[in-house]
Design a binder for this molecule. Structure first.
Ligand code: UD2
Ligand code: MN
Length: 364
């Protein structure tokens, strides 16, 4: 009897052990397939991500009336919604190098600049391939007959801007004809033409063609307040010439620019327009922001005063009247003719006819 009881108990224990083994096996099989599935998901994600980096979007944008030489995706728009979005670019870009050696003695050719910047797309456009830029920036350069300066500017600025991880386009706003130069009116026209090219710029940076930053920590983007970048130039012994100085290189967001009614159109010839812009900013309750003077250093390519850009004798009286003039003179009253838009490999050229100064009233 005891033996029979022992036999039955042993049989039950064996069955229980067998059942446990089976359960164990089933769990292992389930776990195995789960890990395998995760593996598959990881690799398929990785593959779709690397193909996203390699594939340009067919979504090209062209300026009006020009032939684009090749496919040219919108900056920052080269990822379809089915792919993983890129991580946002870091607030402080990790690849900056700081102080730069800038010199203008060795000759510079456009071929060389083009060869050294293959990442730049037609029209002088670029967007970081590895992160989602925080801003899309249009860089506007007032221009006439300064091709030799432009080559240096492009040579130095394209690599700097790439390291700064913004989406950007370079626009040369070229004054048509030989009438008196008008820097601020050209920049107003550039603002509208850049937006006609691509409607979603957040930020507009206005730079002389002869100014190159000596430090890539001077980030070309827009800030809470209108920005003055060129605070310490070699030509002013690396000091701000006066507290209200706003010349050289500056940057305003779209809303900051519209708040001041853009720039004045009525400063013909050299000088005063930068002070008028400074007045507009203060009169509209904003404050200029600047980088530290150890970072906001610049070299200016030495040059003579250009023909048809003589100092404007009216500038001193005009800057006294910004408060009265800014509402009627600005982006709201701008008139010009678009002559030509050409998308070159390293920049977009926009030639505009901005007219000439009004005839001086007769004396007496
Ligand atoms: C100073 C300011 C500049 C502006 C100007 C007064 C500096 C570094 N810059 O420049 O921002 O306020 O005074 O108007 O202090 N340009 C041409 N072709 C011309 C004439 C001018 O392309 O025929 C463009 C070019 O981008 C040039 C800019 O206009 O850099 C300013 O003219 P500038 O360089 O002759 O005047 P500058 O150096 O005194
Ligand atoms: Mn200059």
């Amino acid at each position: 009897m005891t033996r029979l009881l022992l036999g039955v108990t042993l049989e039950r224990v064996c069955k229980a052990v067998l059942l446990l083994c089976l359960l164990h096996f089933v769990i292992i099989v389930i776990l195995y397939f789960d890990v395998y599935a995760q593996h598959l998901a990881f690799f398929s994600r990785f593959n779709s991500r690397s193909s996203a980096l390699a594939q340009p979007s067919p979504n090209a944008s062209r300026p009006h009336g020009t032939e684009a030489p090749g496919p040219s995706p919108q900056p920052g728009a080269n990822h379809s919604s089915t792919q993983q979005p890129l991580p946002p670019c870091q607030e402080v870009p990790p690849g900056l190098v700081g102080r730069l050696l800038i010199e203008f003695s060795s000759p510079m050719s456009m071929e060389r600049v083009q060869r050294e910047n293959p990442e730049v797309r037609a029209g002088g456009k670029y967007a970081p391939p590895d992160c989602q830029p925080r801003q899309k920036v249009a860089i506007l350069i007032p221009f006439r007959h300064r091709e030799h300066h432009l080559r240096y500017w492009l040579h130095y600025l394209h690599p700097i801007l790439r390291r700064q991880k913004v989406a950007y386009s370079i626009y040369i706003i070229n004054q048509y004809g030989e009438d008196t130069f008008n820097r601020a009116k050209l920049l107003n026209a550039g603002f509208l033409e850049a937006l006609r090219d691509e409607a979603d710029y957040d930020c507009f940076i206005f730079s002389d063609v002869d100014l190159v930053p000596m430090d890539d920590r001077n980030l070309y983007r827009c800030y809470e307040q209108p920005r003055h970048f060129a605070v310490a130039m070699d030509k002013f012994s690396f000091r701000l010439p006066y507290a209200g100085y706003f010349g050289g290189v500056s940057g305003l967001s779209r809303s900051q620019f519209l708040k001041i009614n853009g720039f004045p159109n009525e400063y013909w010839g050299w000088g005063g327009e930068d002070d008028d812009i400074f007045n507009r900013i203060s009169l509209n309750g904003m404050k200029v922001s600047r980088p530290d003077s150890r970072i906001g250093r610049y070299r200016m390519i030495k040059h003579e005063r250009d023909k048809h850009n003589e100092p404007n004798p009216q500038r001193f009286t005009k800057i006294q009247n910004t408060k009265a003039t800014m509402k009627r003179d600005g982006i709201s009253s701008l008139q010009y003719q678009l002559v030509e838009v050409t998308r070159w490999p390293l920049y977009t050229n926009i030639t505009v006819d901005i007219g000439k100064p009004p005839p001086r009233p007769a004396r007496g």
